[in-house]
Ligand binder design. Structure first.
Ligand code: NAP
Ligand code: ZN
Length: 362
């Protein structure tokens, strides 16, 4: 396995979209902007991107109907729109939902015959160039090859199973100033879970660990501000870098149990992605039979004990979910067959342990 691969040109800073307009224009002659309903405008990113494209004489059209946890149907609708408009590259603007969707849309636009087929389980596919501009600090999707889509046929969220890295990521912390307190918290927790699951992962290497440890240290420093909701400029800048570091980790390692288990909580109970992972994180950390790596994580973050960390996590990640035990048993059964996620977890876990993890977390 490659020890490290991350082919995304990533640029960071205030006003970066405007500064990079020449580079943006190199990717095509007509851009399809892929956004959610409000965030691209609320963040100011869409205005900057359209101005940059106009200055360079590059045409643009906007598809602004990407929902949270984007569905296969929406991806196909956006791709049809982009094809009809003759767009030749894709710019995703938003949280993980529009960014992930933009990767899948770029794949379908490159192979329009996919409009008529199942998008999962395909051989490796090509995609039009994608530029990713995050407006949340959470998923790190701007530097990962993953696209997580909602599959209403199987009633769950699934990784597209392709490796579609954006060609370029443009990160401007100012685009996250318009985030609500709630989304700020949930997405920050998502970034933390990427760092933790990437660090406590079968695929971890010294290269991914270097990024993970730096991200964990930086996240621990921002925890007091996260708890106090002091979302100032320094916090926004730090969280965007932490989110990118965490993306660089999972691009190498993948995620593991909390992410695999969290999809059911999002699909069936509407729990936001980051919060779902955060809810499961404490019981997951407590479930390790060998605590060596968990202790390394705690030392890196400056915690004296696991209970100190889980007390903070349990205080931050709160939601009341209505559920029947049979539902949890069903989710645990599904997860026990998710070989992709299970192989990333260094210890063997069975259906009963997964059920208990759900029960303890909820
Ligand atoms: P999101 O679903 O993209 O957005 C959540 C909410 O925040 C939406 O209502 C969105 O509005 C709003 N929002 C986003 N940016 C905003 C801003 N700057 N100002 C105001 N509102 C803003 O949330 P996310 O947590 O970033 O992404 C979650 C998705 O990413 C999930 O589908 C998850 O599975 C996926 N994910 C992908 C990876 C990966 O590596 N590819 C990793 C982790 C998670 P709009 O609806 O208007 O956009
Ligand atoms: Zn995540």
């Amino acid at each position: 396995m490659l020890p490290y691969y991350l082919p995304v040109k990533s640029y960071f800073g205030s006003g970066i979209v405007t500064q990079m307009k020449t580079q943006i224009a190199q990717y095509g002659t007509k851009a399809l902007l892929v956004t959610g309903k409000h965030s691209a405008l609320a963040s100011g990113a869409q205005v900057d991107v359209l101005a940059a494209l106009e200055a360079m004489g590059v045409e643009a059209v906007v598809f602004n109907q990407i929902e949270e946890n984007p569905s296969v149907e929406t991806v196909k609708a956006a791709a049809s729109f982009g094809l009809a408009e003759g767009a030749d590259f894709v710019i995703g603007i938003g949280g993980g939902s529009p960014l992930d969707a933009s990767k899948a849309i770029a794949m379908v636009m490159r192979q329009p015959e996919l409009l008529k087929s199942n998008l999962f389980g395909l051989k490796p596919m090509k995609a039009l160039p994608v530029i990713a501009i995050p407006t949340t600090s959470g998923t790190g999707s701007e530097v990962t090859p993953y696209a997580i889509l909602t599959d209403h046929v199987d009633q769950t969220k699934k990784n597209l199973g392709q490796s579609i890295y954006p060609k370029m990521a443009l990160l401007d912390p100012a685009y996250t100033y318009s985030l609500s307190d709630e989304v700020t918290l949930h997405t920050a927790i998502d970034a933390f879970t990427h760092l933790a699951e990437g660090f406590l992962n079968t695929n971890a290497t010294r290269f991914s660990d270097a990024f993970a440890k730096e991200g964990l240290r930086a996240f621990a420093k921002q925890l007091p501000k996260l708890q106090a909701k002091t979302y100032d400029g320094e916090f926004r800048r730090e969280m965007m870098e932490i989110s990118m570091l965490a993306g660089m980790v999972i691009a190498q390692t993948g995620t593991s149990l909390p992410h695999g288990m969290g999809y059911a909580l999002t699909y069936h109970h509407g729990v936001p992605h980051g919060l779902a992972n955060g809810l499961l994180m404490s019981a997951y950390l407590e479930s390790f039979k060998s605590m060596d790596r968990v202790n390394d994580l705690l030392v890196t973050m400056g915690f004296q004990s696991l209970s100190d960390l889980t007390a903070v996590l349990r205080q931050l990640c709160k939601i009341k979910i209505q559920y029947e035990k049979e539902q949890l048993a069903h989710y645990a059964r599904e997860m026990s067959q998710n070989q992709g996620k299970l192989k990333n977890h260094p210890e063997a876990v069975g259906e009963e342990e997964l059920f208990n993890l759900y029960l303890k977390s909820l």
